[in-house]
Design a protein around this ligand. Structure first.
Ligand code: TEU
Length: 538
């Protein structure tokens, strides 16, 4: 179906905000966030101006991987509340005109999921084949050389039934067997369960992992692996990820989602978590006849060097790799990656915010980045991330991006009435939502202003994207729709530069700056990003 641009679907126009539920707001004083806490903080998201919330997993879980080990796909973890709390939260989000996306974790369940308990109970169990069980190799060792993403073999020996089971992540996260039709049907029912309840879509965890090559061959050795890299990177995940059969399943997910809404405001959206080079990444859009996910997450702002020439190349190559019908997207932070402000400092984190919110495509904001949370050093005795605990000392800890939201100057930053499960950012007394909301110069005010501008501008939400030149300090591009023409100029450097306006245009007005807004004087200040309205030169 072709929509007029004004009727583009919400997920193209909108901005997504990721909530990490353990760390957003605690309502019952156990130091861990929960659903009622999220509901009590929805004002923050309305005032920020986001369109959709994606919740990291809130399902019953032993929390070996903090919710990415699901023990029941169709219920709510008691730490977070119950289904009634969920329905109330969903209604409150909808009442504010926002959408809610859940995190669907199809590659693996928890080892406490009743399906796995049954599967491991005997080789003859009707659910044996819902997971991936194999005999040992002839030498008695694991069936192949695959390495878990969290280090060590991907295989765990089960003495009672004398076979190994596969786990791409922790041994507490056995991989589901998507080649089994009953498992597949059961997992499709999970999607129906939440769609029937009214959720607006899903972020799909490690979608490119869900099917493995049928005969499970060894993965090739990565010749470029160096000490200090993760164990996972010793091998190239050729046979354990990105299999053709997974694309067919992804198309089935989409066909189901499409049954639930076709209008621009009722479409249910699917976002795939996929780490792959552009060309393979683009396949996850599917084709116009048989589409797959709406948005395969694009993590290149997280993975690229913070350098304008490099980013220009990354943006151009990503745009060029997209199929004609595909809609781009950009992600700046997540619960898995180091904080953007820790990486590049607050002055550049402001420039990054302007980049994220002015590129072509749907942006995803990670909770806490809107107040510029930076480096949080986690003392050794408070590290909780299993990936960090299993491979210490190589700087891959994820706790530093998962620290609680600091809301105000109350004890524990208003997050909880007790010591939170992870430490707060040490500067919380001066870096919190309440203080920044009052401060016109704060990064929070910048985020609010940029989101408001984006919402009011056809060029920024849906317009064409034209890259201008980049040099060692400056990245510049235009967004255009009809006669609206915006120039975005981002100074990555600490030198003042002369503003260069395209030869066929003149400056109409300055709409935003990452620094205090001033009249245009032909300069781009150090660390400044600008959005400028252009007029065609006559
Ligand atoms: O992450 C998948 C993934 O690719 C991670 O292994 C990522 O590379 C790593 O965390 C970066 O440090 C997803 C979830 O986002 C993550 O939180 C889960 O732990 C993982 O899947 C398993 O479900």
């Amino acid at each position: 179906m072709i929509y007029k641009e004004s009727a583009a679907p919400w997920w193209k126009r909108g901005v997504i905000y990721q909530i990490y539920p353990r760390s957003f707001q605690d309502s019952d004083g156990d130091g861990i966030g929960d659903l009622a806490g999220i509901e009590s903080r929805l004002d923050h998201l309305s005032l920020l101006g986001v369109d959709a919330i994606w919740l990291s997993p809130v399902f019953p879980s032993p929390m070996a991987d903090f919710g990415y080990d699901v023990a029941d796909y169709c219920d709510i973890e008691p730490l977070f509340g119950d289904l009634e709390d969920f329905d109330r939260l969903l209604a409150a989000i909808h009442q504010r005109g926002m959408k809610l996306l859940l995190d669907y974790v199809p590659n693996h369940s928890s080892d406490r999921h009743p399906w796995f308990v049954e599967s491991r109970s005997s080789r003859d169990s009707p659910k044996r084949d819902w997971y991936i069980w194999r005999d040992p190799a002839p030498n008695g060792g694991p069936p192949n050389n695959w390495i878990s993403d969290f280090g060590g073999s991907s295989w765990e020996w089960d003495e009672p039934t004398r076979q190994y089971y596969l786990h791409a992540f922790l041994k507490e996260q056995p991989d589901l067997n998507w080649r089994n039709p009953d498992l597949r049907a059961a997992m499709m029912d999970v999607l129906r369960f939440w769609l029937d309840r009214g959720v607006d879509g899903f972020r799909i965890d490690v979608l490119w992992h869900i099917v493995k090559a049928a005969d499970l061959p060894d993965n090739p050795v990565n010749p470029d692996w160096r000490k200090g890299q993760t164990e996972r990177d010793r091998l190239i995940q050729l046979h354990s990820t990105d299999q053709p059969e997974a694309h067919a399943i992804s198309a089935d997910f989409r066909a189901l989602a499409d049954q639930y809404g076709s209008g621009p405001d009722s479409q249910r959206v699917l976002i795939g978590e996929i780490f792959l080079p552009n060309e393979r990444h683009a396949h996850w859009y599917g084709t116009p006849e048989r589409p797959q996910v709406h948005l395969p997450f694009n993590f290149q702002l997280i993975e690229s060097r913070w350098d304008p020439v490099e980013l220009r190349r990354v943006i151009a190559e990503y745009e060029a790799s997209l199929p004609a019908f595909a809609w781009p997207n950009w992600v700046l932070g997540s619960h898995d990656a180091p904080r953007i402000a820790a990486r590049i400092g607050e002055a550049q984190a402001r420039v990054a915010a302007m980049l994220l919110l002015t590129l072509r495509g749907t942006p995803t904001i990670y909770q806490g980045d809107e107040i510029g949370i930076g480096q949080v050093d986690i003392p050794a005795d408070r590290i909780r991330d299993p990936q960090d605990l299993r491979q210490p000392g190589i700087g891959i800890g994820r706790d530093r991006a998962r620290t609680p939201m600091p809301w105000n100057a109350a004890p524990f930053a208003g997050f909880s009435t007790t010591e939170p499960w992870l430490p707060l950012n040490p500067d919380w007394p001066s870096r919190n939502v309440a203080l920044q909301a009052e401060d016109r110069g704060s990064i929070l005010s910048l985020y609010r202003d940029l989101l408001k501008l984006r919402r009011s501008s056809g060029a920024l939400t849906l317009g064409a994207f034209l890259l201008a030149d980049a040099d060692k300090d400056i990245l510049a591009y235009e967004r255009r729709q009809d006669d609206e023409r915006l120039l975005i100029v981002l100074n990555f450097g600490t030198r003042e530069r002369v503003l260069i306006v395209p030869a066929d245009a003149r400056i109409d007005s300055v709409l935003a700056s990452t620094l205090p807004l001033r009249d245009m004087d032909g300069r781009v200040l150090p660390n400044e990003g600008l959005i400028i309205r252009l007029r065609d030169a006559v």
